[in-house]
Write a protein that binds this ligand. Structure first.
Ligand code: GAR
Length: 201
């Protein structure tokens, strides 16, 4: 049986697309069973629709408060029975209800080498600091902001003439490869979390 993946998006969904493309090959061993978003009409949702993958939208504004939104998001995801949930450009912090349900099975991809430059503007903050190497990080989400145990990282050189967009685009190339490789291995072969250390066979 292929493993079941739910992907959460907020925007363009180019990293989602890499997972959809990989999952189109049965030998990858993973099916994207649903794509969820926190907003209507984003390109990520359209990519899912084009791939024939069910979608759902869970907007904060449609709920009484963030806790109610968090519970609703957990319910929406649970309905698809995922083995793993991937946040791929999902620009919201999941709360306690979601983490109760999916803690240890919820990964986020971030466009910087954590623990440096967490938050919404990883590439911008890395450039402003003048680093020569940045990259991307896949981590298990915990209650902090980009603080969870690191599953994988890829380094990307920063060029002298980079701006935020050029650096972010180059990081995304590495991010797509990392996601496809590591999410596939996590689901096919399993992984082990000991404190902050994540290992795969
Ligand atoms: C990715 O670089 C992802 O790491 C980043 O948003 C981009 C989504 O691109 N996420 C964050 O910055 C979360 N803090 P995409 O919509 O083209 O897949």
């Amino acid at each position: 049986m292929p493993a079941r993946l739910v992907v959460l998006v907020s925007g363009t969904g180019s990293t989602l697309q890499a997972l959809l493309d990989a999952a189109a090959d049965p030998s990858y061993g993973v099916v994207v069973v649903a794509v969820g978003a926190d907003r209507d009409g984003c390109e990520g949702l359209r990519r899912a629709e084009r791939a024939g993958v069910p979608t759902f939208v869970c907007r904060v504004a449609d709920h009484r408060d963030r806790a109610a939104w968090d519970r609703a998001l957990a319910e929406e995801c649970t309905a698809f029975g995922p083995d793993l949930v991937v946040s791929a450009g999902f620009m919201r912090l999941a709360g306690p209800a979601f983490l109760d349900r999916f803690g240890g099975r919820f990964v986020n991809s971030h466009p910087a080498l954590l623990p440096s430059f967490p938050g919404m503007h990883g590439p911008r903050d890395a450039l402003a600091h003048g680093v020569k190497v940045s990259g991307c990080t896949l981590f298990l989400v915990d209650a902090g902001v980009d603080t969870g145990p690191i599953v994988a990282q890829r380094a990307v050189d920063v060029n002298d003439d980079d701006d935020e967009q050029s650096l972010h685009e180059r990081i995304k190339l590495a991010e797509r490869l990392m996601l496809v490789d590591v999410v596939g291995r996590m689901l096919r072969e399993g992984y082990c979390v000991t404190g902050r250390k994540v290992t795969m066979p």
